[in-house]
Design a protein around this ligand. Structure first.
Ligand code: SAM
Length: 191
């Protein structure tokens, strides 16, 4: 798998409204988000998913937008401000090996990780950190673009998620994607 993060110019392409014709973010995320929830968008880039997430969690909710590239987060904040969603968005700079979410342990209702695991050098560590940030029975929606990530690699990622403390709750359809909806187990994962 590639371990280079996608460049900021690509972030602009990923945030294009044309993408919503194949991947409508509000339709994809509406089943999992409600007013007042705390959600994580891991590898958020310019917020193609984060901004619709912010609408779904409403003024009493919070979307923590996590990315290792400051350039993505500053642009995302600008876009959120323009759309009046700034108060529900928290830009969170992480490193390639740590989400730096320790202070948020056990607090998130939902996490999205779309098109990011294939860029990460240590997927088991990433999945473990997401699991730690979620509430018990919290949901993680994992997605990877079909063109970038072969089925075998995605199946391996899904197995790693199961080992990190999730159970498989579904495979919701997202255009041109491989997906897994995962629920955090109540008991701790085996060492
Ligand atoms: C291909 S983009 C996908 C962006 C967004 N999820 C979307 O679907 O529009 C991958 C994003 O993940 C970020 N990323 C890559 N490796 C990361 C890591 N180890 N931790 C956090 N973010 C990472 C990149 O900076 C980039 O913004």
């Amino acid at each position: 798998m590639q371990h280079e993060p996608c460049p900021v110019w690509m972030g602009h392409l990923l945030a294009s409204p044309i993408r919503a014709l194949a991947q409508n973010p509000a339709t994809i995320l509406a089943p999992y988000l409600r007013e007042g929830m705390t959600a994580l968008d891991i590898g958020c880039a310019l917020g193609f998913f984060s901004l619709p997430m912010a609408r779904l969690v409403g003024p009493s909710g919070l979307v923590i937008c996590v990315d290792m590239q400051e350039g993505m987060l500053t642009r995302l904040e600008r876009r959120a401000k323009r759309k009046g969603l700034h108060g529900r968005i928290q830009a969170h700079l992480c490193t390639q090996n740590s989400l730096r979410l320790e202070e948020r342990a056990g607090s998130a209702d939902f996490a999205l990780a779309y098109a990011v695991v294939h860029e990460v050098p240590d997927p088991p560590a990433l999945l473990g950190q997401i699991e730690a940030a979620l509430k018990p029975r919290g949901l993680l929606l994992l997605g990877e673009p079909i063109l970038h990530v072969p089925r075998r690699d995605f199946e391996e990622t899904r197995s790693l998620a199961l080992a990190a403390g999730f159970t498989l709750a579904g495979e919701p359809p997202i255009g041109r994607s491989r997906t897994a909806l995962l629920r955090k187990r109540l008991s701790a994962p085996c060492a």
